[in-house]
Design a protein. Structure first.
Length: 458
């Protein structure tokens, strides 16, 4: 049987950088830190400001497996989102699971005030030992300038600036002095000899990071710290920022690179094609026409979706695969002899498809996108998966849809690529200090989390 409708979502583990980071609004410097205390005595400190941030770690004490019911989910990472609100801190605790840690289970949402110690006992229900959350003051600091180096002499470090708000950190400017185009590059920072934060930097919308002679700026914020006794928390500066890998637009690479080097441009390709498909569907949704004219309108628009020649190869490949999946959807519906295909049914299909594609876009755009879906979007995805699963591998008209088969094969190849996790996992040291941007899955097989159901076209 052909697989149920699969949304192969390429998501970057780190926030996709802009060509030149836009300045933050006037956030004040961080004055507090969230203190997370584990039952084994390990404590970590994460600075918090009015600008939301989150951290995740795969190292945390578990409840013994013998105490859990059979079939319990094996959660692989603890995720803590935080934001300062006046003199308190808004915190969301969740757990991540799945082979690529793409499934998120909310555990508790709370507000913490100075002097409070809040025990998150709800974690035990998910097989995780409780943590205790509290707040501590931070010590304002201006970090010293780190050493910034590049594995590729063609990537010249042209400037390094210090940042102070909302978090202390660094802004690095890189210039491409070669005659070749840079697709992406990988950045690894160090505390002494220990690895700290890492990220893949790329251009926006599937465009290269740097053309020959071009420049690229990125920020690296210091959001975790240390504490001596009962004193304030002090952010821990990095000593070295190393551009340790580069992928050129012609496909050649140098140094350390991971799956995100391909996933970020692929993600952009899916977004570009979905945006164009959504524009076509919205145009047809309110068109006063017969069912045949509406389907013809949508088909011509989908077949005309273009592949941009100026995008990176990985972006172009993702655009082709997404266009095939979109045409697959249309062909599957149009060939279903069990449906009347009158104007009302076609318009309901268009509305349901818009909901599914909007949900797909959310999942592509936000690392925690599954938590942003509303009930209609979740149910639209669920209904379509069930509809496709019940219909089998042959197209409903009695033949085999070659374009649909090709889209399934491309989607399956994308979904199964052995890229592994993005970046360096947080918590590789005893103090569980890691990066502040959670490593989301490269490929996400979307499954709605709620149990609500509704008919596919109703």
């Amino acid at each position: 049987m052909r697989p149920a409708f699969v949304l192969a979502i390429a998501m970057a583990g780190q926030v996709l950088a802009q060509q030149a980071p836009p300045p933050d609004r006037a956030y004040p410097p961080a004055r507090m830190a969230v203190v997370t205390t584990f039952v084994d005595g390990v404590t970590r400190y994460d600075l918090v400001s009015e600008k939301p941030a989150s951290m995740w770690t795969p190292q945390f004490p578990h409840v013994p497996a013998s105490m859990l019911p059979p079939g319990s989910v094996a959660y692989r990472a603890l995720n803590i989102w935080r934001q300062a609100v006046d003199d308190r801190v808004h915190v969301k605790v969740s757990l991540l699971s799945g082979p690529l840690m793409h499934d998120e289970q909310p555990v508790r949402e709370l507000m913490i005030a100075r002097g409070e110690r809040v025990r998150v006992s709800e974690l035990r229900a998910f097989g995780v030992e409780p943590i205790v959350l509290s707040l501590a003051d931070t010590e304002p600091m201006t970090p010293f300038l780190p050493t910034v180096i590049s594995v590729a002499p063609e990537l010249e470090i042209s400037a390094v600036e210090l940042l102070s708000a909302p978090y202390p950190g660094y802004r690095v400017r890189v210039r491409n002095v070669s005659t070749r185009t840079v697709a992406t590059f990988h950045v690894q920072s160090y505390h002494g000899a220990d690895k700290a934060m890492s990220a893949v930097k790329a251009g926006t919308h599937g465009l290269p990071a740097m053309a020959p002679g071009g420049s690229y700026s990125f920020d690296m914020n210091l959001t975790s710290g240390r504490r001596v006794g009962d004193g304030p928390v002090s952010p821990r500066p990095v000593d070295i920022i190393h551009i340790d890998g580069v992928v050129w637009a012609d496909g050649e690479s140098l140094g350390a690179n991971n799956g995100a080097s391909v996933a970020i441009p692929s993600d952009a390709g899916q977004r570009l094609m979905l945006e164009r498909a959504l524009a076509a569907l919205r145009s047809a949704e309110h068109e006063p026409a017969t069912a045949a004219v509406l389907l013809d309108h949508v088909r011509h628009a989908f077949e005309a979706l273009s592949i941009d020649g100026n995008r990176l190869p990985a972006t172009q490949n993702a655009m082709r695969a997404t266009r095939m999946a979109i045409l697959n959807d249309l062909n599957f519906f149009a060939g279903d002899r069990s449906l009347a295909h009158d104007t009302e049914t076609v318009k309901r299909w268009i509305a349901a498809t818009i909901q599914r594609y909007e949900a797909w876009m959310k999942l592509l755009t936000h690392p925690n996108g599954s938590m942003l879906l509303d009930d209609d979007e979740r149910n639209a995805i669920r209904a379509w998966e069930e509809y496709r699963a019940m219909s089998g591998s042959a197209d409903p008209a009695g033949g085999f849809d070659e374009s649909a088969a090709a889209a399934d094969q491309v989607g399956e190849r994308i979904r199964q690529q052995p890229f592994g996790m993005l970046g360096e996992p947080a918590g590789h040291r005893a103090d569980r200090v890691g990066g502040d941007e959670r490593g989301a899955a490269l490929m996400l097989h979307v499954r709605p989390e709620d149990q609500g159901q509704q008919p596919l076209l109703g």
